[in-house]
Write a protein of this length. Structure first.
Length: 85
């Protein structure tokens, strides 16, 4: 028998994936859920013309990682002494 999941939990899980770009599998493990269950919830929230939630989440996560990388590179560049030619 499947366990009942609180509607608030569903909302939190979907928000973390859609808005924060969290990975479906890691969020499912964190909440003690089967990833297939979470994918099912996501497919029900997608309406025509709204785009792909997973793709948007993935892109947000990738964007955040790129900003972190650029920040690290800029810090490294500032630490290097200026060389005159």
């Amino acid at each position: 028998m499947a366990k009942q999941i609180n509607g608030e939990i569903k909302s939190q899980v979907i928000k973390r994936i859609r808005d924060d770009g969290a990975d479906v599998s890691s969020v499912a493990v964190e909440y003690g859920l089967n990833p297939r269950t979470v994918y099912g919830w996501l497919s029900k929230t997608v309406t025509e013309g709204s785009g792909l939630i997973l793709e948007v989440g993935r892109l947000k996560k990738e964007n955040r990682l790129l900003f972190e990388l650029v920040g690290k590179l800029m810090l490294e560049k500032e630490k290097r002494p200026f060389k005159k030619n």
